[in-house]
Structure formats: structure tokens, C-alpha cells
Design a protein around this ligand. Structure first.
Ligand code: BGC
Length: 354
């Protein structure tokens, strides 16, 4: 009985501190109201997670944020969230701010994999453990890496393209050069594309990275590729749904949307709609709800000094980082309802809305 009252109070305090937190200082309001703080209260001190996200540009990051806020609330812990808007210096100073708020653990999805190394070092100097979230921080000690099998994501894209385009001129775009995931996706896709290129079945008429993963940058690249080749392009490897959207806009302007196989990733609503209407061939489903929940769970364990239970290793040019990698799957016209709608990731009425 007592216990459930305490849990309810903790959950309430969680709601309060989430809604009260707006860049202000300490939010340990649960303890500060009492003048007779006892040692048992100190032991019960609420865990506070710091969450630093790179962007909200893609829908998935909006979901990651919402999932982690919700998971923290459910677990009765505090979470302070900062979004860096694709600016490494801003992310660094936001993390400094989180450190000064007395967070116990930092969940960091870096905008710039290499620049974030010094940010991680700052957290470590303050005795704060760091979870590298979705994107790996390179070149420094990282406590845990939680992500998807990103090489596999690239393999799914490469396999789909080679299954759907036997021969032709292709545009091969990669994600932001600052994001280690972009390297992994490309590495995975290359397993399928490179043999086709070597055999002469594929000719790469453009190979470019999309700075900051911006759909607008992808649009411009695709326009250039089409102009330079008199529209003689038969396939596109787009690294995510946002960049695919930019490419499809350029294809549509030439009457080619739906005629040129093109990949994606993230299972954004806009991409799901394009798959249904036939202008995008595939996307990759990475259930960010599971990743967000796993991250909050791991953060709580780490705050308590427990092992987060990462069973794999990924090298970040400094060490083999203990890692937990979730599975990803291909979504196309044939399985979209089963994978995206039945799982509740997207709503049927939204996907099929005209
Ligand atoms: C993520 C993708 C996302 C991209 C752009 C990558 O690191 O893994 O899901 O589309 O960043 O934000």
C-alpha cells in the first residue's frame, strides 16, 4: 500500500517536473519542498536523465523524443531534453547545460560524430555515463551504443534496388558526412551495388553525400543529375525518406516519379503515402519506439550502477563500444499494412488519406 502511494507520488512528480522543465535550473522539486530531508529520501533521489537530440528535421526524431519523455514519465524519472538543430557547437553547450543541471546519465544522439567526442569527455569528467543514441560518437570512450543494425539497413536498401533494377544509370546518394550512420548505410548498400558496378550493369552517374540530410540538398543534387544526363537515370539509392522526398520531387518535375525505383528509410508518413501511390519503392522500418524505450531503461540501470546488458560490440576508432542493435525491416507495397499499420507505428487513415 505504502509503496504504491510512493510510486504514484513519484509518477506525479515526474509529470510535474517534465511539464515544469523549460531550460530552468534544477528540477528536483520533489525533495526540495521538505525541510527534514532524511537519508532515505537521499537514497530515493529521483534519477534525472539528460537527452540531447541532433534535430527534429525528420519525423522519427520527433517520435524518439516523445517516446523517451513518455518512458521516463512511466518509470517515474526526470528527463531534461535539448535539441541542437544540427549545430555541433550548440549541442556541446546544451550538454554543458544538462551537466550543470545535475543529470545522472546522458543520452546523446550526436549531430557530428567526431565533434561530439569532446562533449562526451565533458560528461565523463563530471562522472556522468553516456549512451550514444542511434548515432555512434567516434574517437572517444563511450559507455554504451544503442541503435539499429545500420549496416543491415544499407544492405536492405542495396538489395531492394538490385532486385528492382537489373541494369541502368544510377544516382547514389549518401547521408550527412558528419553522421557515422551514413557511412554504415553506404557500406551496407555497397555490398549489393558494387558487384553490379564492377560487372558494368550499373553506371553511377552521380555519387554524392547529402549535407545535413536536407531534403532540399537532395532535390538539388537530383535535379543536377537529371539535367546532366538528359533524364537518363534508371535508379536512385536515397539514404532516407527525407532525401527520397527531395529526389522524388525532382523526378516528378520530369514526369519520372514512379518510373525510377528509389529507396528510403525511416517509415515516415509521407514516405508511406508515396509507397502506396507508387512514387517511392521502399522504406526501412526501424521501430524508434523500441529504441527510445530501451534507451530510457538502460539509462535508469546505469544511473543505479547496473549493467545495461549490451551484448554486441561496435568499434568507434577508439574502442569496441558495448552495443545493443535492434533489427530493421524492409517495407514496400506488399507489407506496408502489416508492418507499419498493424504495429501502430502509422495510422491507416493517415497513410491512405488522399
Ligand atoms: C538516422 C536516420 C535519419 C538520419 C537523418 C540517421 O542517423 O539513423 O534514421 O533519417 O539520421 O536524421
Amino acid at each position: 500500500m505504502k509503496k504504491s502511494v510512493r510510486i504514484a507520488a513519484m509518477a506525479l512528480a515526474g509529470i510535474m517536473s517534465i511539464s515544469l522543465f523549460a531550460g530552468c535550473g534544477s528540477s528536483n522539486s520533489a525533495a526540495s519542498g521538505s525541510s527534514t530531508a532524511s537519508s532515505s529520501q537521499a537514497a530515493d533521489k529521483k534519477i534525472k536523465i539528460g537527452l540531447s537530440l541532433p534535430t527534429q528535421q525528420e519525423e522519427r526524431w520527433v517520435k524518439d523524443k516523445a517516446t523517451m519523455e513518455e518512458a521516463a514519465k512511466k518509470a517515474g524519472v526526470d528527463i531534461a531534453v535539448q535539441v541542437a538543430n544540427m549545430d555541433a557547437a550548440k549541442q556541446d553547450s546544451q550538454v554543458e547545460n544538462l551537466i550543470s543541471q545535475g543529470i545522472d546519465v546522458l543520452i546523446l544522439a550526436p549531430h557530428d560524430a567526431k565533434a561530439a567526442a569532446s562533449t562526451v569527455d565533458k560528461a565523463h569528467k563530471a562522472g556522468i555515463k553516456v549512451i550514444s543514441y542511434d548515432r555512434l560518437v567516434m574517437g572517444t570512450d563511450v559507455d554504451v551504443y544503442l541503435s539499429f543494425d545500420n549496416v543491415k539497413v544499407g544492405e536492405l536498401q542495396g538489395k531492394w534496388l538490385t532486385d528492382n533494377l537489373p541494369k541502368g544509370n544510377i544516382v547514389w546518394l549518401a547521408g550527412a558526412p558528419t553522421d557515422n550512420n551514413a557511412t554504415l548505410f553506404k557500406q551496407g548498400a555497397a555490398k549489393y551495388l558494387q558487384p553490379k558496378i564492377d560487372s558494368g550493369d550499373y553506371k553511377v552517374v552521380m555519387e554524392q553525400a547529402v549535407v545535413d540530410w536536407k531534403p532540399d540538398n537532395a532535390l538539388k543534387l537530383m535535379e543536377n543529375a537529371l539535367t546532366a544526363n538528359n533524364n537518363n537515370v534508371q535508379g536512385v539509392l536515397a539514404p532516407n525518406d527525407g532525401t527520397a522526398g527531395g529526389c522524388i520531387q525532382a523526378l516528378a518535375a520530369q514526369g519520372l516519379a514512379g518510373k525510377v525505383p528509389i529507396t528510403g528509410q525511416d517509415s515516415e508518413l509521407a514516405a508511406a503515402k508515396r509507397i502506396v501511390e507508387g512514387t517511392q519503392g521502399m522504406t526501412v522500418f526501424k521501430d524508434t519506439r523500441k529504441l527510445g524505450e530501451a534507451a530510457v531503461e538502460a539509462a535508469i540501470k546505469m544511473a543505479k550502477g547496473e549493467d545495461p546488458g549490451a551484448d554486441q560490440k561496435v568499434n568507434n576508432e577508439k574502442m569496441d563500444v558495448p552495443s545493443l542493435l535492434l533489427a530493421a525491416e524492409v517495407v514496400d507495397k506488399t507489407n506496408i499494412d502489416k508492418i507499419l499499420i498493424d504495429s501502430g507505428y502509422l495510422k491507416k487513415e493517415d497513410v491512405y488519406a488522399k
